[in-house]
Design a protein around this ligand. Sequence first.
Ligand code: ZN
Length: 70
Amino acid sequence: MRAVENTVTVDDVHTLMDCTEPDCDRPAAVELHVPWADNRLVCAAHARVLGRQDGIVADPLPDRGDDLLE
Ligand SMILES: [Zn+2]
């Protein structure tokens, strides 16, 4: 059998976490560095909203970052 190398696998799905915002069950895609609180993992949608606050740095997760570049 030949390996297919140009497709995305789901082998790393176990490393994904859900968004930490209440009432949100999307997979976390971004780590927010919050100076006045603990870092939190949020989905892309919440990262756009929360990332607008001064001081917060949105850091796309390495294995999910490509999904944000739309
Ligand atoms: Zn979310």
